[in-house]
Design a protein around this ligand. Structure first.
Ligand code: CO8
Length: 258
């Protein structure tokens, strides 16, 4: 894999890791960095050796938001012409599971990146906020939509209007974070979960992700039709035959992702 300026990548078995790596500025996300994250996520998505994507931050934060220096002089026309959110739209199209491990600050665009993850594990020192209001702007990479779908309208408004920091425990209680760990254990525990998920039949894992995501956007009946199509599709896979045969033969299945 090629070298990147603002991220680091490594494979840990079948888990493809991306480390946000701009610790001097608390992993503030500039556009090149988002582009690098997208490039690696898409590469992992196509790579048969990788089954789960893992995202975490180096230094004392997950990410303290979009790079304020980079956007301070932007205007709406330059933003429109840049079309930076096309990268964010593509992040939503990644089919493999994305597991996020958050510690320290998880703010603004950094919080939006965390919300792109399918599951979030957090250290007990994690702090979540949408501080954009304090800069007289607002979330722009899905924050108003994804947070509202997760925690409901009134809580989301309170968080996004408030702009203040919320401790990991509160994010856990509201369902933003799946599991909390002492900071020293976060990466080991979250990576352990990712490795376990990587052992499950990959096609079923990705089609479940797709169907559950439809539940967020679709009316129930349409979602049910979608689920059914994915359910039928899995019956064309070798893994379905292997999984059921292994059960009947009382042995461990060997899933190939086909
Ligand atoms: N952008 C640029 N630089 C940053 C950012 C940032 N978001 N956050 C921190 N830094 C830099 C600081 O300027 C500082 O640099 P230097 O050492 O050169 O002065 C360094 O990181 C360390 O930060 P602090 O010294 O401020 O550390 P503290 O522990 O005192 O404070 C805070 C930490 C509270 C996190 C503080 O740095 C802070 O408030 N940061 C800004 C948080 C913020 O407002 N985030 C939202 C940004 S707007 C946004 O995300 C919009 C999203 C739109 C779409 C997404 C597109 C990617």
């Amino acid at each position: 894999m090629s070298d990147y300026r603002f991220i680091e990548t490594e494979a840990c078995g079948r888990v493809g890791i991306v480390w946000l790596n701009r610790p001097d500025v608390l992993n503030a996300l500039n556009r090149t960095m988002v582009n690098e994250i997208l490039e690696v996520f898409e590469e992992y998505d196509r790579n048969d050796d990788i089954r789960v994507i893992f995202l975490a931050g180096k230094g004392r934060a997950f990410a303290a938001g979009a790079d304020i220096d980079e956007m301070a002089e932007d205007d709406s026309v330059s933003m429109e012409l840049l079309n930076q959110f096309a990268d964010w739209d593509r992040l939503s199209l990644v089919k493999k599971p994305i597991i996020g491990a958050v510690h320290g600050f998880c703010l603004g665009g950094g919080f939006e990146l965390a919300l792109v993850c399918d599951l979030l594990f957090a250290a007990d020192d994690a702090k979540f906020a949408f501080p954009e209001i304090n800069l007289a702007v607002m979330p722009g990479a899905g924050g108003t939509q994804r947070l509202t779908k997760l925690i409901g309208k009134t809580k989301a408004l309170e968080w996004i209007w408030g702009g203040d920091m919320h401790p990991a425990e509160e994010a856990h209680e509201l369902g933003i974070v799946n599991r909390l760990y002492p900071k020293a254990d976060l990466i080991e525990e979250a990576l352990g979960y990712a490795k376990e998920l990587a052992e499950k039949p990959p096609l079923a894992v990705r089609l479940i992700k797709e169907a559950v995501n439809k539940a967020v956007d679709y009316p129930l009946q349409e979602g049910m039709f979608f689920e059914r199509k994915n359910f039928y599709l899995l019956f064309s896979s070798e893994d379905q035959k292997e999984g059921m045969k292994a059960f009947i033969e009382k042995r461990k299945p060997d899933f190939k992702g086909r």
